[in-house]
Design a protein around this ligand. Sequence first.
Ligand code: UDP
Length: 383
Amino acid sequence: MRLDGNGMGSGKGKGKGNTGANGAGNGNGHAQGNGNGSKPEPIFPLPLRVLITGGAGFIGSHLAEHLVARGAAVTAIDDLSTGSFANIAHLADRKDFRFVCESVTNEAVMDRLVSHCDIIYHLAAAVGVDLIIKNPVQTIETNVLGTEAVLRLARRYHTKVLIASTSEVYGKSDNHPYKEDDDRVLGPTTRSRWAYAESKALDEFLALAYHKEFRIPVVIARLFNTVGPRQTGAYGMVIPRLAQQAVEGRPLTVYEDGLQSRCFCDVRDVVPALIGISHCAAAEGEIFNVGSEQEISILDLARRILRISGSSSPIEFIPYERAYRSDFEDMRRRVPNIERIRGLIGWEPRISLDQTLEEVIAEFRARAESASSPGPVRAAIVR
Ligand code: UDP
């Protein structure tokens, strides 16, 4: 189904409309294929020119793939600091996909890209607890300066922006499940982990301020432990780390007692949520939790990975002081309340944790079996 015109709030002087997440989807913001191999239907107005910052990252690459498959023209900008060209290599030959290897803080490049897009998905950010602890300056600067640069340009061209935030902003509150308007509970500024939470909270403050003061159409998504194929364990994320360890027959590194818990949501569920709220006028100026409500302890996760992979690796318990640093603080639980997004666009996750784990394990197994690197790729670099 093709929706004519540009009904998006981004406008560039065009009318502001709302196709909603459900306009052409299946009622919950998911636009899946129709099962007969033909092109999946879009759930957004076409033509749509999309700019994805962090577009070569784990989530950005899935978002790009989803949008391109539904007829959008996508430009991905990424400085490849934590993203990888391999994530988007399969899109490189598409004429409706373009990759720009650059930082979002390069104003000249970003000005050109923003002036030619209808919507920005701002996903470029410091990722992973490991990186945050090791590179606190890079974490704060990437998050704050990058978002500031994007919002300033969104104001210049009155472009719609989705800001990807994180469940980290709730800190270590015990008040589960977390609702978007709940109080936040953070530790001292001497502990680097909280700098990440604060930098993303500042991104949210700034986005909301641009919305209130300049009427910029912004939407904020707080992502809770997004997982799935292509995620790297290099920056600390637990599922790719444990899956790779299981496949390679190494001990599974479960930190502390393993009784801390998380809710893992497949990236292929997260992507339709982002698209759904970014095309819903009623979502503007709002924050949405995006995550799964299914909670699992890290120890149970490790056991499940062992069962699914058939690995006989042992589980090794590692104290936080050894895994990170002595001043490290972890959250015992982190559970989202997703009533807001469910109520507005009918979104909820559908992919089970077992399915995600099977695919992630299969990916690591395939990688272990084939040492060969991905084929040659081409990048169109904007200068
Ligand atoms: N974790 C673990 N072993 C690892 C990596 C992480 O036990 O090799 C734990 C980590 O301490 C945390 C949970 O798994 O309690 C989720 O960690 P991740 O870094 O994936 O996400 P976040 O801490 O941001 O929720």
